[in-house]
Structure formats: C-alpha cells, structure tokens
Design a protein around this ligand. Structure first.
Ligand code: ZN
Length: 691
C-alpha cells in the first residue's frame, strides 16, 4: 500500500513547487537559487529533481517537498499534508480512529466560523472608514500616530456604541444567533422574566476600536477591542472559540512572518498599537503577545521562523514575575541541541574528582567527549527608556529604537542586572547568592568563548576566583537535567558481556562500514541484525524505521540520539516527522508522561508508528545500557550515511561548477565539503571511541 505521503510526492514536483518562491536556474542536472531561509548573495540553494530533494549548503537546511513547505510556510506536518494534498488533488482520508464524519463536520463548522469572521471584519472596517459614529475612533487612531496606510493594511475597525448593530447585520447575512455566540461576536441575552437565556443576542464589542487578529496564514480568527469611552476592560479580546485560542495568539504574525525570517529575529511587544506602529516604521518583524504572558504555544509558532527572540518589555514590568515567566517559557520551548564537548586534556575536573572514567590518561586528546544539552535559541531583551512604551519611543526617537532592535541586550546581561538587584555584593552571602543565581544562567550559553567571558564577568563582579567558579559551574551543569552522556574509552562492562565474543580491540566496528559488510569476526546481535536489515531489505529507510521504533519504545533514549541526528538527517518524510514529534514530546514532558505516544501523532502517520514498532518487536529483552548503545550506533550510522551522501552531492556540484568556471560557487562548495569531511572524521573517531 502506498501511503498518502508517497502518492503526494509522486504528483507534486519539488522543483515546480520551490520554483514558485525561489527563482531557480539550471546548474548541470541540478537547479540553484538564492536560499529562502538565509540571506545570501551567491546561490547555495540547490534542488535535485532526480531525488526530489533540496539542500542549502549555506545554512544546512534540506529535505523533501514536505520539509520545504513546512519550513517555508511555517506549517505543521498535518497542515503541509493538507496543503500538498490539495495541490496534488489527492483526497486526504482519515486513517486513524477518529470519527471521519465528526471530523468533516468540525471542519465545515470551522470554515463557517472563518466566513463569519471575515464578514464581521469587513463590517467593522467599513464602520471605521465611513460612519459618523466612528469619528472618535478615527481621532484616537490619529492621536496614537497610526497612519491611514496602517489603518488599511491592518484593517482596523470600529464597533459602534449600540447593542445590536453587528448582530443585526450578521443575522441578515444568514448566520444564526447560535453561530454569532459560537464565533465570539455576540452574547446571549438573559430573559429577565424567566431568569434564563433565550432572549436573543447582543454585540460582544461595543464602542471599541477593533484590531482584527489573524493566524499565520492571514485568516481572521478573532478580534481585539480597545475601549474608546469609559468601557471596561480597556482591552477586550474575543472569547475562546473554535478558531481563537487565547494563549496562543500572536497579533500581526501574518504580516511579520516573512520579515521575521529575513531579519532572523522576532520582536515581541505587548500592545496592538505597539505592533502597528513598529510595522509602520519598518520594524516589520514585530508581533504582539496580547492578553496573556508569553506561553509555550507562542514560542512553538515562533521557533519555526527564527531562533532569535527579542522581548520589548514593558519597562515597568522588567524583572517582574510575568517577564521571567515568559523568558523561562521561551527557554523551555526552544529545541535543545546536544553538542559534543571535548573535555580539554589535563583540565577534566570531573575526571579528577570522582575518577570514574578509568584507565584513559588525562593527556589523551580523545579521552572524553561529553554531550551537553543547550537551548538552541538566542533570547534577548530590548531595553526601553523608563516609562515609555515601544510606540512612543518609535515615534519620538526612531534611530534609538532601530539601534536597540539591532543591538538588543543579551538575556544574560539582563539577568546580571535583574538577578542581583536585591543583593549586597560586598557581603559574602550576597556574593554566594549571586553565583547561585547566575551560574545556571551562564550554563545555558551555547558558545564556550562567550561562556568563559561571562564566567570572568561574574568572577569580577563578586571578586571570586575564576577556577573555583568553573568547578561550581560544572557541578551546577551536572545537577541540572542535562542529559549528558559520557563516552569514555573504557568500554562499559555490560556491553562487553552482551557482545558475547571477544573482539579485536582496534578493528573498525563493522556496523560503521558503509556496505554493512563485516570486517572482523565479531558477531554481536546488533551487528548481525544490522547486516540482515541491509541485505534483506536493501533499504536505508529501514534504519530510520528501526531507530524510530527504538525511540518510540524507549523515550528515555531520546537525549542520547538527539545530539547526533537532527530532523533533516532523515530521508523518510514520515520518519522525519515522527522524530520531530518524539523530540518535542520528550522536551515538553517535564514529568514523565503516561499518555501514549500515538496521541501526539497525526492520524496519517499512525500506520508508520505501527510499522516502526514492528521493526523492534524482538528488542524487548534488552537492558538499558545495551539499548543506549544500540540507539547511538544506529543514529551514528544514519548520520554517517547522510554525511557521505552530502559529500557525494558536493563532489558532483563542484564538478559542475568547475565546468561552468563558476569560481564563487566552487569556493563555497569546497569549504562546505571540508566541513563535511571534518564531521566525518569526528564521527569516525567517536565511533572508534565507543565502538
Ligand atoms: Zn540557506
């Protein structure tokens, strides 16, 4: 049975689809163009019609048509599936247990709600532009500095000071009272005599300036209303509806989407007017987080567009609990990347302290590789003059605003100030407390050089010895939930036992070798199966199935693998998406979750889940250490295959560029090839280490 994914891929051409958004030109058998995901002058974005894949050798993004659509449009897998299915004229049938009839009905209702919102928007907008009653609203917008262009592009509206104006209009358009209430545009009137509902409906928004709120694809999902008279509350947003989910709404996200990707930054402000004014003055990468503090759902949407989040905080709230909550939420929701950190020889404090790494000499450069988990995001803070909102700053002093946006304060600098504001740093207790609060923060810094800089800064700040702070930092890092794996050169006992037979110490383990052929006589179960997989199915996707199967069965293996592989290392559309889901489920679960994994999987991928589980059916008897090794080996193998493939692609492209005497491309591609070779070497030595 061909899956719907395969059917779609067979019908939609990668080059055609990408060609809609990227100007592609022929380059040998490939096509190339300027990458839509990073800024570049020389094209390093290639589309391979033969394999129906694409790759950017500048920013390392790549994959199939699904990966492109998801990334380019910021869509979830399921949304991309629906989008592409429509293009391919392939009906998407629900393959899961969900009731198809109910799904169809729900989707029809959502469509109807969208239409309702559109109609309401047009009405509000016309009111604002033309009605006498809206004079106050127009004056208010003008007073706040909103230009008439912005009024049109944001489709600002006005809800008149009447009880039934909008309801009356919409009922006349054929909507029912129930639909108006469901859509959050009207409330049910209480019948005073009977003391129950049923006395008709009245408008939800009255005498308010209306800000239509759209989703990332530009569809109206709800409204925000600013009171113009004495109405309370000052800001009123649509109630929770089928379309409007309060704590995930980002105002202006539809208009900011492209700018965010281009600027590699999103600026988060708090008010509607702040966002409108920011856009009006050219800071189009701005969204407003309205009605609630920053939540995980906000960040989930944003992280598909950028890794740099700039918080333009309310100056009064700086350092407040809400701000801190937002920052923590952002840190928690961004992906973790696990980076291999070679511990410098002779400076391995941990090694000296507990001596658990055994026989390896401290001077050996390959002694230990530690995997550290770090937040894959840059979160920083835009500091505004005291007491001023962004819209005021922008209009009073645009250059300062633009400078602040381009040079936001790193979160860590912000923390240095905020977290020590209440401490007396001359006293020993104050110093100790400062270290206690700041070390975990410093530990989150990705860049080791930067990290050392901040260690120095902290040491100076509290006049402490840098080396003892470093030791303290190591302790903090270990006690945090950093899933670090130590690859020591001493093979763990368990593994030696499960290997069954003695093996030659220095031979390359045969699971490394590309063709799966054995080079030594070692015959661990894994190796036998590895070759069986290769020989019998002759399909490298089998390896992806096998690994995903292991991960589904043992979620705890996740941190051991996520440092080695990222989404784009997967060749299968379905396995890539499952890997993505596994990672996000694992990261989100602060406490172990009892919910079955299937619950997080779109119904279209349930068959894949069943397939991968079948792949590991016989694995239940393995113990923890054996499983970890198995998973790490499998991931390493996949990574290696991927790197070799990249290498082949590069060699080909370099040849092509050479024939075309395209010097700029040759240089760029060769540089990338060097990196790939370096990565391959590192991978090989890591495999020798724990092989
Ligand atoms: Zn790129």
């Amino acid at each position: 049975m061909t899956s719907i994914i395969e059917t779609i891929k067979a019908k939609v051409d990668v080059a055609e689809e990408i060609g809609l958004v990227v100007a592609l030109q022929k380059s040998g058998k490939a096509l190339k163009g300027l990458c839509p995901f990073h800024n570049e002058r020389t094209a390093s974005f290639y589309v391979f019609a033969e394999s129906q894949t694409w790759r950017c050798f500048g920013c390392n993004e790549g994959g199939d048509i699904f990966a492109f659509v998801q990334k380019q449009q910021g869509l979830e897998f399921r949304e991309a599936l629906y989008y592409l299915a429509e293009k391919a004229s392939v009906p998407v049938e629900d393959q899961g247990s969900r009731d198809p009839e109910a799904e169809r009905e729900a989707s029809a209702t959502r469509e109807r709600m969208r239409k309702l919102n559109e109609d309401a928007l047009l009405w509000f907008h016309q009111m604002f532009l033309r009605s006498q009653e809206a004079a106050g609203a127009r004056a208010y917008a003008k007073k706040r500095g909103i230009s008439s262009d912005s009024v049109l592009s944001f489709a600002l509206g006005y809800a008149p000071d009447q009880w039934e104006a909008l309801s009356h209009y919409l009922l006349g358009q054929g909507y029912s009272e129930r639909e108006l209430v469901m859509g959050g545009l009207a409330r049910e009137r209480m019948d005073d005599q009977k003391g129950e509902y049923g006395g008709g409906v009245y408008d939800y928004f009255r005498d308010r300036l209306i800000f239509p709120i759209r989703d990332i694809r530009g569809r109206v999902i709800g409204f925000g209303g600013r009171a113009l008279g004495e109405g309370k509350p000052k800001y009123l947003n649509s109630p929770q509806t089928l379309l409007f989910e309060k704590n995930s709404v980002l105002y202006a996200i539809d208009m900011a989407r492209d700018a965010i990707k281009q600027a590699h930054q999103v600026v988060i402000v708090e008010g509607y007017v702040d966002a409108v004014i920011a856009h009006q003055y050219g800071t189009k990468q701005t969204v407003a987080c309205i009605g609630s503090a920053i939540t995980e759902k906000h960040i989930q949407q944003l992280k598909k567009l950028t890794r740099q989040v700039t918080l333009a905080l309310d100056p009064d709230a700086a350092g407040s609990a809400a701000t801190e909550h937002g920052i923590q939420e952002a840190l928690r929701t961004f992906d973790r990347i696990v980076v291999p950190v070679p511990l410098p020889s002779g400076r391995t404090e941990g090694q000296k302290r507990n001596g658990q790494y055994g026989s390896r000499k401290a001077s050996d450069p390959h002694g230990i590789i530690r995997l550290e988990e770090q937040v894959d995001a840059e979160i920083n803070v835009l500091k505004l003059p005291d007491g001023e909102d962004p819209d005021e700053v922008i209009q009073r002093d645009l250059p300062s605003w633009l400078y602040a946006v381009a040079h936001p304060q790193p979160l860590i600098d912000y923390y240095f100030v905020v977290k020590t504001a209440d401490l007396d740093l001359r006293e020993p207790e104050g110093k100790a407390e400062a270290a206690k609060r700041l070390l975990p923060v410093i530990g989150m810094i990705n860049d080791r050089i930067k990290r050392d800089d901040y260690m120095r800064k902290l040491a100076t700040m509290i006049r402490s010895d840098e080396r003892s702070l470093h030791e303290e930092l190591q302790r903090v890092l270990r006690s945090q939930k950093t899933q670090s794996v130590e690859f020591s050169n001493t093979r763990p006992k368990v593994l030696r036992e499960t290997a069954g037979q003695p093996r030659q110490e220095d031979a390359e383990p045969d699971w490394i070798s590309d063709n799966g052929e054995s080079s030594t006589g070692s015959q661990s179960a894994a190796q036998t199966r590895a070759r069986a997989l290769d020989r019998n199915r002759g399909n490298k996707l089998q390896w992806e199935d096998y690994l995903i199967g292991l991960l589904v069965q043992n979620p705890g293996l996740n941190p051991h693998v996520c440092g080695i592989l990222n989404d784009s290392d997967f060749a299968g559309t379905d396995t890539r998406e499952l890997y993505h889901i596994l990672n996000s489920v694992y990261q989100r679960a602060s406490s172990p979750s009892n919910q079955p994994f299937e619950q997080f999987v779109p119904s279209e991928l349930l068959t894949t889940v069943a397939r991968v589980q079948k792949c590991v059916e016989s694995e239940t008897s393995r113990d923890g250490a054996g499983l970890v090794k198995e998973a790490v080996q499998c991931a390493t193998r996949l990574k290696r295959t991927r790197l070799l493939q990249l290498n082949t692609e590069l060699s080909y492209l370099i040849r092509e560029a050479d024939q075309a005497s395209d010097k700029a491309s040759i240089g760029q591609l060769q540089l990338r090839q060097l990196e790939i070779c370096q990565q391959l070497r590192t991978l090989n030595s890591a495999m020798h280490l724990h092989g």
